[in-house]
Design a protein around this ligand. Structure first.
Ligand SMILES: Nc1ccn([C@@H]2O[C@H](COP(=O)(O)OP(=O)(O)OP(=O)(O)O)[C@@H](O)[C@H]2O)c(=O)n1
Ligand SMILES: C[C@](O)(CO)[C@H](O)COP(=O)(O)O
Length: 230
């Protein structure tokens, strides 16, 4: 079985508010993207990594991350698009032709762990679309455009979706193609498969698998790193 990973890191990081893209910001001296790639590089089950970055970051990324830290599984570095969905689709077009299963992961989620990845792969052999998720901890409110509460859904059945999201390659490729044809834009990849009427299985992951998005996430990340490397 040939397993590929697509790591998307072609966003602008606007909510972080830094000049340097958040995936290149340093945590304990190393870029965020280093930590993300490192977990996938060490995953024995994985055959290759396709890294998706902004066109202008391709050379920098190859030199300062892939070559510098000797990430041998990164077989291709390709340019992303304006939206995350487009970046993923570019990655899907660049994987090895033998790809059976593809893991799609945000470069901005460096605290993904090997156990969750393995669990996700095993589940994807039973269900062809799998997402890593955690039960929501807060009470969620549905609001109208003026922030008046419309309803309070029962939290028992609410999960917050993360990445990786793991798919049978042909299924996710078809789902992306259909979304593009329909002009549908989703904020994750499982929704594209849901649109096809296909079942998606969620596997419980870890609250540590945060997506570094706003400045306070960097403080949390430094604290996580201390528990991992000290
Ligand atoms: N056009 C895009 C947009 C996002 N991403 C990637 O998708 C992941 C999740 O996106 P998000 O956290 O929203 O990142 P940004 O788009 O960079 O952040 P912002 O929305 O604050 O600008 C990140 O690893 C990001 O680099 C991407 O590859 N291509
Ligand atoms: C795919 C994702 O990580 C799921 O949580 C997320 O939707 C992508 O980030 P964004 O901030 O919604 O672009």
């Amino acid at each position: 079985m040939f397993i590929s990973a697509i790591i998307v890191a072609a966003g602008k990081g606007r909510r972080m508010g830094t000049k340097l893209n958040k995936v290149f910001l340093k945590l304990n001296g190393k870029p965020v993207l280093y930590y993300t790639l490192n977990v996938f590089e060490k995953l024995l089950e994985l055959n290759e990594i396709v890294l998706v970055v902004s066109n202008e970051d391709i050379d920098y990324c190859r030199r300062e991350i892939v070559d510098k830290y000797n990430f041998k599984k990164v077989r291709r570095i390709v340019a992303g698009g304006m939206e995350r969905q487009e970046s993923v689709f570019n990655g899907l077009k660049a994987v090895d032709s033998r790809c059976d299963i593809v893991m799609i992961h945000d470069g901005a989620r460096p605290f993904i762990d090997k156990t969750t990845l393995k669990k996700g792969i095993e589940e994807s052999k039973l269900h062809s679309a799998v997402g890593i998720a955690v039960p929501v901890k807060d009470t969620i409110k549905v609001v109208d455009d003026d922030n008046f509460v419309v309803s309070t859904p029962d939290r028992t059945n609410l999960m917050a979706i993360q990445t990786p999201q793991i798919f049978e390659y042909r299924l996710i490729y078809e789902a992306h193609l259909k979304a593009m044809e329909d002009g549908f834009l989703g904020t994750d990849d499982t929704v594209l498969v849901e649109r096809l009427g296909h079942k998606v299985k969620l596997v419980e992951g870890s609250y540590r698998n945060i997506k570094i998005t706003t400045p306070e996430d960097l403080i949390i990340s430094e604290a996580f790193l201390k528990t991992i490397y000290q």
